[in-house]
Design a protein around this ligand. Structure first.
Ligand code: BGC
Length: 436
C-alpha cells in the first residue's frame, strides 16, 4: 500500500522473481511421520531451546499445506522457496513434496526447493566426508521425483551459520563447541553442494543456486587492529564460503585447515552456478578483541577470538536486537560485484526479513520497504539481481529461540494453528500488484 510513509516502490525489471521463504523443520511438524534429525535430538536436551519447545508440530504445515498454498496464491508471489526434509525423504515421505509441488504449480507459484536447511538426518555428521556423497545421492532422488515440475533448485542453506552456530559455538544442532576445529564441517558442506550440483545437472536441472548468509563487516574504527579484526571476520562470514564457490579457492591460510585432497575438492565445489543466493539480515561492526564476556545477537562467544562484535549505534533494532540497516544490502551486493566481477552469476536475495511481535506489524513494513529500495539501488548500480524472497511466509520455529521470534508475514497462533495475515502481508500483496 503506498502511503506517505511508504511512497510507491521503484519498478523492478520484468521477470523479476518475487517470493517468500520457509524451511521444513521450522514449519512442517508431522515429526512422527518422518525419521529424526539432529534438531529433534538437540531440542530434546534440556535448556537448548529458550522456551523449551520443539518443532514436533510447528505450523503443522504438512497437514495444512493447502491452506498455506492458498495464502501464497492470494499474496501473489511468483515463487515459493521451501526446503525438503532429508529425514522425511529417507523415511519414505517424499510424496508430501510431490503433492506440495503439484499444488504450487496449480496455483501458478513456482516451487524453489532447498535440499538442506540444517535438519540433518540423525546419525549423519558433517564432520564425515561420506555425508557429502550421501547428500548428492539424496539430491538425485529428489530431482528424479520432482524434476519434471521444479526448474529452480537450491542446494544448501547457509553453511556458514550451520558451521558456526551448530559446530563451532554449540548453540544450534548438533550442539558442538569445536571453534576452529569445526572447519571440516564447512568443507564437507561445500563439497556436498558441488556434488549435488553435478547430480542435479545429471538429472537435467539447469537452474541451480545456493543460499548463503552474507553481510558487510564494518571495522569499529580506522585503527589497524580494528581493520584487521574486521577483515578476519569478513573471511569467516563471507569469503570462506563465497571464495571457494566463485573463485575455486579458499582465502589465504584456510585451505591448509581443511581435510582431504582440498585442491581436487575445490574443483567440485566451484562447479559453475546458474545464480547465487544471498540471505541478508544486517551488517556486523567488528573490532579488535576486548576484555570481558563477549556475545553476538545474544549468543555468548568464547574468550580468545581474534575479534569482538560491537554495537551498531543509532539504528532501530528488531525484537531480536538486530540493527535495521537497509543500505547494508546495497553495500553487500555492490561489494560482491566488485570483489567477484564476472565470476559472480546473477544474484537472488533468498532471504530478508525481521522479527517483530503483533499483527499490525508496521515495523516489518518499514524494514521490507527500506530493503527493497536498497535492493533497487544495487540494480541501478549495475548488479544483476533477479529475485527477492521475504523470510518468512509464516511465524515459525525459530531454532534455539523457539516460537518467541516472529518473522512471518502471516501470524500463527501456536495453540490453535490459526493463520492470520499481518499488515505486512497486505502491504506486500499491494507491492506485488503494483509490480505486475
Ligand atoms: C535462516 C532461517 C532463520 C532466519 C532468522 C536465517 O539465517 O536461514 O532459518 O529463521 O535466518 O534467524
Amino acid at each position: 500500500m503506498a502511503t506517505d510513509a511508504h511512497p510507491p516502490l521503484p519498478r523492478f525489471p520484468a521477470g523479476f522473481l518475487w517470493g517468500v521463504s520457509t524451511s521444513a523443520h521450522q514449519i512442517e511438524g508431522a515429526a512422527d511421520e518422518r525419521g529424526p534429525s539432529v534438531w529433534d535430538a538437540f531440542a530434546a536436551e534440556p535448556g537448548r531451546i529458550k522456551d523449551g519447545s520443539t518443532a514436533a508440530v510447528a505450523c503443522d504445515h504438512c497437514h495444512r499445506h493447502r491452506e498455506d498454498v492458498a495464502l501464497l496464491a492470494d499474496l501473489g508471489v511468483s515463487a515459493y522457496r521451501f526446503s525438503v526434509s532429508w529425514p522425511r525423504v529417507l523415511s519414505g515421505g517424499i510424496g508430501f513434496y510431490d503433492r506440495l509441488v503439484d499444488d504450487l504449480c496449480a496455483a501458478g507459484v513456482r516451487p524453489v526447493p532447498t535440499l538442506f536447511h540444517w535438519d540433518l538426518p540423525l546419525g549423519l555428521d558433517w564432520l564425515e566426508r561420506d555425508t557429502a556423497e550421501r547428500f548428492a545421492a539424496y539430491a538425485a532422488t529428489v530431482a528424479g521425483r520432482l524434476g519434471d515440475r521444479v526448474q529452480k533448485w537450491i542446494t544448501l542453506n547457509e553453511p556458514a551459520e550451520h558451521t558456526l552456530l551448530g559446530h563451532a559455538l554449540g548453540v544450534h544442532a548438533p550442539g558442538r563447541r569445536l571453534l576452529f576445529d569445526a572447519l571440516p564441517a564447512a568443507h564437507h558442506q561445500l563439497l556436498a553442494h558441488g556434488l549435488a550440483v553435478r547430480a542435479l545437472r545429471a538429472s537435467g536441472a539447469t537452474d541451480i543456486g545456493i543460499a548463503n548468509s552474507h553481510g558487510p563487516t564494518w571495522p569499529a574504527s580506522g585503527e589497524k587492529e580494528d581493520v584487521e579484526a574486521a577483515e578476519f571476520y569478513d573471511v569467516l562470514l563471507n569469503r570462506l564460503f563465497a571464495d571457494p564457490l566463485l573463485l575455486g579457492r579458499y582465502p589465504d591460510g584456510v585451505g591448509e585447515l581443511m581435510p582431504g585432497d582440498v585442491a581436487a575438492d575445490l574443483e567440485v565445489i566451484a562447479e559453475p552456478l546458474d545464480w547465487y543466493g544471498v540471505n541478508y539480515y544486517a551488517p556486523a561492526r567488528v573490532g579488535a578483541p576486548q576484555a570481558g564476556p563477549a556475545e553476538s545477537g545474544g549468543v555468548p562467544l568464547p574468550a580468545g577470538l581474534p575479534f569482538s562484535l560491537r554495537e551498531i549505534e543509532g539504528r532501530p533494532v528488531t525484537d531480536f536486537g538486530w540493527p535495521v540497516v537497509p543500505e547494508g544490502l546495497t553495500e553487500l551486493l555492490t561489494g560482491f560485484r566488485d570483489r567477484y566481477g564476472d565470476r559472480l552469476p546473477p544474484v537472488v536475495v533468498t532471504e530478508n526479513g525481521c522479527s517483530y511481535p503483533g499483527v499490525d506489524d508496521q515495523e516489518r513494513i518499514a524494514y521490507l520497504d527500506g530493503h527493497l529500495r536498497a535492493l533497487h539501488r544495487a540494480l541501478e548500480a549495475g548488479v544483476d539481481v533477479r529475485g527477492y524472497f521475504v523470510w518468512s511466509l509464516l511465524d515459525n520455529f525459530e531454532w534455539a529461540e523457539g516460537y518467541a521470534r516472529r518473522f512471518g508475514l502471516v501470524h500463527v497462533d501456536f495453540a490453535t494453528l490459526e493463520r492470520t495475515p499481518k499488515a505486512s502481508y497486505g502491504w506486500f500483496r499491494e507491492v506485488l500488484r503494483a509490480q505486475r
